[in-house]
Design a binder for this molecule. Sequence first.
Ligand code: F6R
Length: 368
Amino acid sequence: EKGGHEYFMLKEIEEQPEALANTLRGHFQSGRIVLDEQRMSDQDLRDVDKVFVVACGSAYHSGLVAKYAIEHWTRLPVEVELASEFRYRDPVLDRDTLVVAVSQSGETADTLEAVRHAREQKARVLAVCNTNGAQIPRESDAVLYTHAGPEIGVASTKAFLAQVAANYLVGLALAQARGTKYPDEVAREFAELEAMPSAVSQVLATVDQVRELGRRMADSRAVLFLGRHVGFPVALEGALKLKELAYMHAEGFAAGELKHGPIALIEDGLPVVVVMPSPKGRAVLHAKMVSNISEIQARGARTIVIAEEGDERVRPFADELVEVPAVPTLLQPLVSTVPLQVLAAEIARARGYDVDKPRNLAKSVTVE
Ligand code: F6R
């Protein structure tokens, strides 16, 4: 049942191309993005003037990733909130607010309560969920199912990637409804998403290299993760995976924040995983990241760099280099997250921990 793998998580990591393909399938029909269950009118979708993404843990990170794309495509303000914070604040919501509730299980207590709170305030709720007929989609105005298949490993991998893809579909559906993207542009973005399963398959070819690297990092006391733009939530997700699986102190930072505090943590030999933007995509981001890496390397950090293949400028600053294929900037998280999942799983395994069942954690958090 583990498909020849030692643990479910590795099998699920390898199922990611399929999870992405299945999640996208059927959502572009007759030149239009379609959702699954839309119990709200097209007009309601057009009237949306603000988006909140509410979720917990990795699902929250999927929302942070999607914010970049949704704002860019729709020109709508998008706020991404931890469900446990959202529900106890007094968020400003009305009937033109779209609340996107992202949950693999569809049963997470805080996310469910956030949905209820949003609906009481007359906001529309769209659920992104991996579990058919779960409570969150049942209580929502629209649903988009991720088709990652059952995820056994407690740490989310394929469900996370599928959530990112589904959130992007929500962004495209909104852009289409609002007319902020022409139909041919929506079609092009969808086609780029459809190319992602094969890009992720290419990343999976680096699994052995990353596992070997993980074994060499198993004695580290702490690991930092740095990213910028869409690479920032990827850094947060990489750190979360390492915390929950390897019980190691791990923290993700926005690279631009280094000088505002975190650089004080850099000491000799500290591993820092850096998620590089594409050198071709946003040249400014790339140049800034190269300068950030040179600064931390000069202070003794051991840099582990996830970069686009052929990125020659970053090479001199990479003590370890993991290459991922070139993809459009907004879609990079779908490739750059994968090595971080493998890294965390392998470090945990090398430390002798049960990768599928990390201590103190439950797959579905139905109590607060
Ligand atoms: C991390 C992880 C958790 C979940 C979180 C939300 O690897 O799996 O952080 O992402 O508990 O769960 P769902 O998506 O079921 O609401």
